[in-house]
Design a protein around this ligand. Sequence first.
Ligand SMILES: NC(=O)c1ccc[n+]([C@@H]2O[C@H](COP(=O)([O-])OP(=O)(O)OC[C@H]3O[C@@H](n4cnc5c(N)ncnc54)[C@H](O)[C@@H]3O)[C@@H](O)[C@H]2O)c1
Length: 345
Amino acid sequence: MKKIDYPNTAIYINKSFVNFFDCVDNIKKDTVFYFVDENILGLYKSLFNNFHNIISIPSGEETKSIDYINNIIKKLIELGANRKTFIIGVGGGVTCDVAGFVASIFMRGVNFGFVPTTLLAMTDASFGGKNGINFNNIKNVLGVINEPDFVFIDYSFLKTLTHQEYLNGFAEIIKHACISSSDLFYDLEKNADNYFKIIENPGYSNFNKLHNMLCDSIKIKLDIVSSDRYENGKRKSLNYGHTFGHAIEAEYGIPHGSAISLGIVFSNILSNKLGFLNEDRLIRVNNLLEKYNLPVDVSMYEKKYLIKWIERDKKSSDKNIDFVLLKDIGISFVKPLSIQKIIDG
Ligand SMILES: NC(=O)c1ccc[n+]([C@@H]2O[C@H](COP(=O)([O-])OP(=O)(O)OC[C@H]3O[C@@H](n4cnc5c(N)ncnc54)[C@H](O)[C@@H]3O)[C@@H](O)[C@H]2O)c1
């Protein structure tokens, strides 16, 4: 079994939430306020029976808003939260972002940790210290970089995850493989059928089969963020597929994982046209995305409708976009490109 050591955050992986307080160090139960995704509260009610100070976090991107943050802070104050409060977010990326953001500003910052319950949050959103909320329809434009004290992963939450939420997670895992690890890419190719069986029947699956692959994916993210906490260089590679992906998600309203998959395809076409990525590699990535039921046909997504979103994207600096390109599977780099070049490519 792989293990992950990371100096800034205690990582508990493949543990049971039932034994949470036996596993984690230095957290006093009576100081904890739980921010729990509303669906998790509904599905796993009994897990929270003996817990006090639970704040239910509505499902959906709208929750990551200033208005909602106001409500939460009012609730925290009403419930008597103070400087010693420890906030634990239990849910997907939305809940983790909200919990991390509120914990970072409440009383000038209180301790916090995450119990991610979606595949995407387990492999991506709960790591790296970005805690963002949306403003004026711009995603994650307000936020702080502040790493959680712990991330506690209990795979059994995955048994109730929807098919689409699995695909959203796998899109980010494939992203990690493309930018940084041909080994992980190969694993995803070789074991696609096994992993897909889990997605198709999560209620009866043995999630230990995902363990090594998930650890590899998490390590990639942690290696990147620890070398470039404030996104001045290498960390930008995590935006691979996201320049077009976010634009497609916003313009066409399709699920995040599907949009990122299409964003990866757009990015690879550009990498190929600019002479960096061989066509056979491009096809190999497309084949992998398709194995995970992710879309690769970009023909109906017109770039002219995407420009406005790409221009608004927070990753834009001046007129150029820091665009993530591939040289090979597992080898990425960032190149500032004009919008025109991106669109013409
Ligand atoms: N901070 C970061 O570094 C970072 C990185 C990636 C994504 N994000 C953010 O994460 C968010 C997306 O996260 P997400 O994909 O986890 O979505 P999410 O948090 O919206 O959860 C998706 C849905 O699954 C439900 N759900 C959660 N766990 C469940 C479970 N175990 N069983 C059944 N249903 C469950 C939720 O109620 C919700 O309806 C976005 O807002 C994105 O911006 C943040």
